[in-house]
Ligand binder design. Sequence first.
Ligand code: SF4
Ligand code: SF4
Length: 251
Amino acid sequence: MEPDLTPISLQESFCFSCSPDVPCFNECCRDLNQFLTPYDILRLKNHLGLSSGNFLRQYTSLHIGPESGLPIVTLKPKDPHKLICPFVTDTGCRVYENRPSSCRTYPLMRAVSRSRSTGELTAHYVVLREPHCLGFEKGRTQSPRQWTDEQGLAVYNENNDKLMKIISLKNRLIRGALDHESGRRFHAALYDLDNFRSQIQHTDLLANFRLNSRIMDAALRDDVALLDLAIQWVERNLLNPEQSKRKAEIL
Ligand code: SF4
Ligand code: SF4
């Protein structure tokens, strides 16, 4: 049976509950098709006490969007012949507190559109009903707004949505796919944050930024501030070559 996708507004309700008592417990973690955002990786690598480089090598696969040339990072199953998540255990998810955004959002899926005129983002939701998932049978009634609040998604959505700005900038300024080297540097800056931190400390990577010391200190201390800086670096250096020739104003 094919999955069923039903659009739903933020205020409408859907019926769903999930707990270790459902007969399908962990089934959804055994059919891995998991995209990871830079913020997902930031949370997971810190949860596991790994550097971003080690996390990427151990747990992810890198693909390149054929039309955009942008990197797409997915979670790598433990066994390439089975699609089981490397973090699932008999008692549930071993990274539950820092599980990726798509796991938190399920059984909803979220897409975001950006207004060309105002830059404003609008979120759209669908309910994904898959045959193996029995959580709809005796579910609790809630709206997508309540679900996303309960799943702690606000901080994930806020950080994931920052990427929308650079994706739309890329679509506006670069026709066709990003070249291979820029795609590699895009991946290195946004997904391998610990390496980006080391680069800004020990190389002239930020030579065309006039950095305020408060921003630099925050980026060296805090991964979210570092991700914000990495996004600005990608915008200037990879997507907007004209701007990158001039020194940036204080950030
Ligand atoms: S990260 Fe956790 S919740 Fe997500 S698929 Fe893996 S085990 Fe399941
Ligand atoms: S109810 Fe759905 S989401 Fe919950 S464990 Fe079962 S398959 Fe996974």
